[in-house]
Design a binder for this molecule. Sequence first.
Ligand code: FNR
Length: 343
Amino acid sequence: MTLRSVRKNEHIAHAIETGQEKKHGFDDVQFVHQSLPNMNSERVDISTTIGELVMSSPIFINAMTGGGGERTKDVNQRLAEVAKRANIGMAVGSQMAAIKNAEERESYSIVRKVNPKGVIIGNLGSEATVEQAKIAVDMLEANALQIHLNVVQELVMPEGDRDFSGAIDRIEKIVNALPVPVIVKEVGYGMSKEAAKKLADAGVSIVDVGGFGGTNFSKIENMRREKVLQFFNDWGIQTTSSIVEVVKSQPFMNVIASGGIQNALDIVKALSLGATATGLAGYFLKILLDDGEEELVKEIESMHSEIKMLMTALGVENVNELKKVPLVISGQTYHWLKQRGFS
Ligand code: FNR
């Protein structure tokens, strides 16, 4: 096993151990009950779009398990089976290991083999070159490519990167060169309006906010450090605030919500704040590893039916209309948005 695949296997174990923090801010967001929704639940349509990608569900499995090796292949294969059966999209974890070592490619391409017609999204870090980005897309016949930004995770990693210069230039080149959409994502620290502006200026049209409050990579990496960097454990923009930062500051950006999402209510709140889709990582991984594929498919199916119930109660027929429902925002999210000029 390479050092990278040992570290990535530790990520899975530590992610399950540290769990989901539920500090994402969704408890600060309340719907206003409507007694006369004038709706028939049969009319509810939960399909959506991420840029030009048409998705039959607003839920997708977000990037997990980079690193390569048998474990990556096994988890990727099982997640792909779940994605196919539940008819949802799926992003794979970082493909850098497979770009550096062609023998690892099968651990990723298995996802396309299992799910030939599904929406599959590739993943690389912002150190990637245009050439590497093209290989990543070809490896999966990917419908889109995620580029992840994870500065704080790298800083907490003892062997992590320390030089983050040039990322935006590389991203711009990749956006211009790829035949598929590029999604720039965070990994649990959230995206600010300032970062969203730089990305928009570089031609990025889809952002996954990867907000604070779910899987916490500072805690995961701190578990592997002798000298803990405690101050990074609470570092990041909550998912709710981050969605609004990007939606309001970049009205033409497609915003994907992620970071601690665990249920239908979180999902419908995220869509009401202006996201067009939601990515779930840690919560799905835990169900897969603890209870298996069957249970994960059932969980996604019940989320789908609960999303429909919530949309019925709110009187909306499709995901787009959710953006118009009135919300009451309190607590930390309220204060954050007020001070950041979004009230
Ligand atoms: C991740 N995540 C991730 N993201 C990414 O862009 N590339 C990657 O390789 C990985 N690897 C990875 C492994 C494991 C085990 C987990 C749990 C997560 C981050 C993930 O996509 C997501 O942004 C964060 O986990 C926040 O979402 P959740 O987990 O709170 O839903």
